[in-house]
Ligand binder design. Structure first.
Ligand code: NOJ
Length: 765
């Protein structure tokens, strides 16, 4: 007992946290940390070191196929380094108590959770937040998520998810920033900065960047599937967002489920050690994804758990999420001389360093404060921020004859399975989110319009009719409300409501559980009989506005041809209903733009704006046969990357260049006059793209290089200037060198990736 007490005192007294300094470690801090960790490790047995590498799931949520067992007992034995799926100061304190009062060395636990788009106050899903093109707002949403999560006992979040995704069949496209490398990298940085701040203060958390790597490129958009990719595409298009997060100081990384060119990420030494640590200089720790070590058995990387545990630790993967493969096998592997002790030491050190950086050795309970939780969680300022974020994330896809905004008078047929649904609209990965406090569309409209507008509500349809799919989704994240009436009866009721109203607002889409993990779809149209419902509504001849809730680009050709207005609201979070009402009635003028291409049909996938030209580019002549095209559909997207409308209109002037040639290192100024030519004040996302016409390797037809989001009053003009240099034109050349090449370039400025004005310049030697 006396020895135990002494150890605890030793740990607490000699510790010096980074709490008031910086998440990036200075040499002096590094020295102090080294001394502390070395001293602690000198007291640790091999079992205790391995225990630090064990991450267990216990508590309120189940986010994988199995749950951890004997958790309390294992914590007491020193067999656990971290816990996830547990939060609230009380629940965390109970487990931390076991670690710091009853385990031999009293090493505190780290507490992680999937805080993906808010903790209790739920922000729009990441794909929606990206559509705002508002980096400051995105950073603030992460900062609020960190404040709430840390007030709720957590100190580690499994976010940001920075996987580039170009195939909307993949349900996890909802969790990231979309298809673009440059924008994805900016957002990755903003989120890490928002969560971690400049110091690991008590209202900040450590990030875990995921899913390393290339998870968004799984074949056919099927979750957990294979990735096989050229080095050039990997380095140039898919890896930069992870690198941006790491450069921003991300404290940890999560391995992805997929293999990369034959080797699963979790056991991929090239990825975890050569690239991540040696080339990129990452000094934090790597945790696996859920049971990813065990999953290397079906991947074919070993026959036994011991085999795959060795593959993972040899690769440089530090912490084992739920498999307990390290716990069960590492000791023997070390004793048998199959795994060097140095590998276990290195991994243990990295995990202890993370705890040290978070200040957990100084105060294991620094995130457990009930009063703080009460004062912080869902406070009015956070709800206000969530409302603002929702408004800024909603994209106006169609608005013919200015059907929107609606008049604040007359009657509205409010139809659809998502019109009175406050659960689905907080979206996937909102485990701690209190959906009972979220505002549905019907509530939002009633709150805003009061008695001025008559609402005729009818559900009209269920989200899904496929019983197999309903069964699969009937789990916590996707709990579905099913109206048992026959479809025809529900549709008839909706049609009657429509006939008695001036305008139809149909709120349709996916359930939250149809997106996120394990939610790939092969058909990405509106599910169930929702399209039949829309067709029946359309037949009434009343103007129809479709309000979509969904987590991926959908195929919407019928809707685009037939609805008068389309509002893509994604899953907009706690305040969705208020935000949607504000936009429907014009209290807010939409300004968001999609960051993932909407295809015409599934057969076009993957579809993305920064594609190559090919040797036989199709330029839109329908009769041309021997071109890179389909016989039955054009190559065009339904809505291109960067697309989104406003209640006002913007005119783009010609693109003016400061010079028609630049030398390496010189700056090129690109200026365009933007004029608000409509009747509303509004914001516009002015986008800059370039194209290198000839290279040592073929180059994309367009690449986003920058953007500016500007506000213009009705009638107002502004010159928008971008500055680029040769550095912005770098890519991986024929020798895989990251460099620029002299030659001809085009520069495009526009309101989306398709509707642009262009100019030419030359980069000379
Ligand atoms: C599996 C998911 O792939 C990952 O994103 C998540 O963080 C973990 N489960 C933990 O819930």
């Amino acid at each position: 007992m006396i020895r135990r007490l002494f150890c605890f005192l030793l740990i607490t007294l000699s510790v010096n946290t980074f709490a008031q300094t910086n998440t990036k470690v200075t040499p002096e801090q590094q020295k102090k940390m080294d001394t502390f960790v070395t001293n602690l490790m000198s007291k640790m047995t091999l079992d205790e070191k391995i225990g630090q590498l064990n991450l267990v799931s216990v508590g309120f949520d189940v986010t994988g196929p199995i749950v951890s067992k004997n958790v309390n007992e294992n914590i007491e034995k020193g067999n656990v380094g971290g816990v996830f799926n547990t939060y609230t100061p009380d629940a965390v304190r109970k487990l931390q108590d076991i670690a710091v009062k009853h385990s031999r060395l009293k090493i505190p636990l780290i507490f992680g959770y999937d805080v993906i788009h808010g903790h209790k106050t739920i922000f729009p899903i990441p794909l929606a937040l990206a559509s705002s093109w508002d980096l400051g707002m995105i950073k603030n949403s992460a900062s609020i998520a960190a404040a709430e999560a840390s007030a709720d006992g957590l100190n580690w979040v499994f976010s940001p998810m920075v996987d580039i995704a170009r195939d909307p069949r993949w349900g996890r496209i909802a969790e990231g920033a979309g298809e673009d490398t440059w924008l994805g990298s900016q957002i990755a940085k903003a989120m890490v900065e928002g969560y971690q701040g400049t110091s690991y203060d008590t209202n900040k958390v450590m990030t875990c960047v995921k899913h390393f790597a290339l998870y968004g490129a799984v074949e056919a958009g099927r979750d957990y599937n294979t990735v096989d990719m050229s080095d050039r595409r990997m380095m140039g298009e898919y890896l930069p967002p992870y690198k941006a997060a790491i450069d921003a100081g991300a404290g940890s990384v999560m391995s992805s489920f997929n293999e990369i060119n034959g080797v699963p990420s979790t056991g991929n030494k090239w990825l975890m050690t050569d690239l991540l640590r040696k080339q990129w200089g990452f000094t934090g720790f790597v945790a696996t994804d859920y049971t990813a070590i065990d999953e290397m058995i079906p991947h074919g990387m070993g026959k036994t758990q011991a085999d795959v545990a060795k593959v993972a630790i040899d690769a440089g993967t530090d912490m084992d999420m739920v498999s307990e493969a390290y716990l069960n096998n590492l000791k023997k592997l070390v004793k048998d001389g199959k795994v060097p002790m140095a590998e276990v030491d290195a991994s243990c050190r990295r995990v202890l360093e993370a705890k040290y950086k978070l200040g957990l050795f100084a105060d294991p309970y620094r995130y457990c404060n009930d009063q703080r939780a009460e004062k912080t969680i869902m406070k009015p300022a956070y709800l206000e921020a969530a409302l603002e974020a929702a408004k800024r994330s909603i994209v106006l896809l169609k608005n013919s004859n200015n059907v929107l905004p609606l008049k604040m008078s007359g009657s509205i047929a409010l139809i659809g399975p998502l019109a009175d649904d406050s659960r689905d609209m907080i979206g996937p990965w909102s485990g701690a989110g209190d959906w009972e406090k979220s505002v549905s569309v019907i509530q939002g409209i009633k709150q805003l319009a009061g008695n001025q507008v008559k609402i005729n509500y009818a559900r009209g349809a269920n989200i899904l009719t496929d019983t197999g799919m309903i069964g699969r989704l009937d789990q916590p994240q996707g709990t579905l409300t099913i109206d048992k009436r026959p479809s025809a009866e529900m549709i008839d009721e909706a049609v009657r409501a429509a006939k008695n109203s001036d305008v139809i607002v149909a709120v349709v889409g996916e359930s939250a559980g149809m997106t996120g993990e394990a939610a790939s779809r092969s058909n990405i149209g509106l599910p169930g009989d929702q399209e039949d419902l829309l067709k029946a509504l359309k037949a009434t001849g009343k103007p129809m506005v479709v309000v979509l809730m969904n987590g991926r680009p959908l195929t919407l050709t019928w809707e685009n041809d037939n609805a008068n207005g389309i509002l893509e609201t994604w899953f907009a979070g706690t305040e969705a209903g208020n935000a949607i009402a504000d936009i429907l009635f014009g209290a807010y003028n939409p300004s968001a733009k999609i960051t993932a291409t909407f295809p015409q049909n599934v057969g076009q996938l993957p579809l993305y704006y920064s594609h190559k030209n090919t040797g036989r580019p199709y330029v839109g002549d329908f009769l041309e046969r021997y071109k890179s095209r389909y016989l039955d559909v054009s190559n065009d997207p339904l809505y291109p990357f960067g697309y989104g409308l406003s209640y006002t209109t913007f005119n783009y002037g010609d693109v003016m260049l400061s010079s028609s040639t630049i030398k390496p290192g010189q700056l090129l100024h690109i200026t365009t006059k933007i004029t608000n030519t409509g009747k509303y004040d509004g914001e516009e996302v002015v986008q800059l793209y370039t194209r290198q016409m000839v290279g040592s390797v073929t180059r994309p037809v367009e690449e986003l290089k920058n953007f500016k989001k500007i506000f213009l009053k009705a009638g107002e003009s502004q010159d928008v200037t971008f500055i680029i240099s040769s550095n912005d034109l770098r890519f991986y050349d024929i020798n895989m060198k990251y460099t620029y090449e002299p030659g001809d370039f085009k520069v495009f400025v526009g309101t989306n990736s398709r509707d642009v004005k262009e100019a030419d310049f030359k980069l000379t030697k």
